[in-house]
Design a protein around this ligand. Structure first.
Ligand SMILES: [Zn+2]
Ligand SMILES: [Zn+2]
Length: 149
């Protein structure tokens, strides 16, 4: 089993905080159009079982179904993106993706994949490592749901 750590984090105004158990060190980078527009750049997210996350200030969380199989949540007060969550319709239910920028500490974390690379703005890039890099077409072939948002 891959190494994990317990982490804490929260939105920029502090209204929403969370504690997450057994957070993997490996996170993913997504350049799909929805992630790009939602974050303003790219989503750097780490996936944990939903049951591992305890929220404080949950009444300040706004949610929107962003595709047929997932919803996204953000802080009502400051707008920080808080999570991407699979809701079903063929997707693996129970996983929640937390933007790593919310974490109080990312020590030891590293990118293990970068997807929709052909949709990445040319204006920025992430440091090279040995992560898996996939185009939109490669993502669609491997994860048919991802191509729909
Ligand atoms: Zn906030
Ligand atoms: Zn995406």
């Amino acid at each position: 089993m891959a190494e994990t750590r317990d982490r804490t984090g929260g939105c920029s105004c502090g209204a929403v905080r969370f504690a997450a158990r057994d957070v993997p060190l490996a996170f993913g980078i997504c350049h799909c159009e929805t992630c790009r527009r939602w974050t303003g750049s790219a989503l750097l997210g780490v996936t944990v079982p939903e049951a591992n996350v305890t929220w404080q200030g949950a009444d300040r969380i706004a949610r929107r179904q962003s595709s047929s199989f997932a919803e996204r949540g953000w802080c009502r007060d400051c707008g920080s993106p808080l999570f991407f969550r699979f809701t079903g319709n063929g997707a693996p239910v129970g996983g929640i993706e937390l933007p790593i920028g919310l974490l109080d500490d990312t020590e030891g974390m590293f990118a293990h994949n970068e997807i929709f690379i052909d949709h990445k703005p040319a204006a920025f890039g992430f440091a090279e490592n040995d992560r898996q890099v996939l185009t939109r077409a490669e993502c669609a072939a491997r994860f048919p749901l991802l191509d729909k948002g």
